[in-house]
Design a protein. Structure first.
Length: 139
């Protein structure tokens, strides 16, 4: 009679490391694909937001210029200041106001990130997993 007992040999270290390298390569390819999709989606959102904000800024700028001219005319009518002085006063006030808004907005702009945060977090987690896998196979 034949001996039907199957002896299963454990895979060699080289096969295990080859599998880990293959898994790491697949994981990296998936990460790159996910990053491309996220970047494409964020770019689409950014284009839409930029278009909408551009229109809004243009309308607000036109309204602001008309209100500035109105303020200059009101100042000229109700004071003894010459018209050129009224323009200087209103223009100086707008420059100061713009400088304050720039100072407030600069820290917000500095906090912007290029890479989406979930992708960076996922890469760190995958790196930790890969490290654990390679070190646990050595033991």
């Amino acid at each position: 009679m034949e001996n039907l007992s199957h002896h299963t040999a454990e895979p060699s270290v080289a096969v295990l490391l080859g599998g880990i390298v293959s898994d790491a390569k697949d994981l990296l390819e998936q990460e790159v694909a996910m990053l491309k999709l996220e970047a494409r989606d964020e770019l689409r959102k950014a284009k839409s937001a930029a278009f909408t904000l551009g229109i809004a800024i243009g309308i607000v700028a036109a309204g602001g210029m008309l209100l500035s001219v109105m303020l200059v005319q009101v100042l000229a009518v109700f004071t003894e200041i010459p018209l050129w002085g009224c323009y200087g006063i209103v223009g100086s006030g707008l420059v100061v106001l713009g400088g304050v808004w720039l100072a407030v907005g600069k820290p917000t702009a500095a906090d912007l990130t290029v890479a989406p945060r979930p992708t960076v977090k996922t890469r760190k987690e995958n790196g930790q997993w890969l490290t654990e896998q390679t070190t646990s196979n050595r033991i």
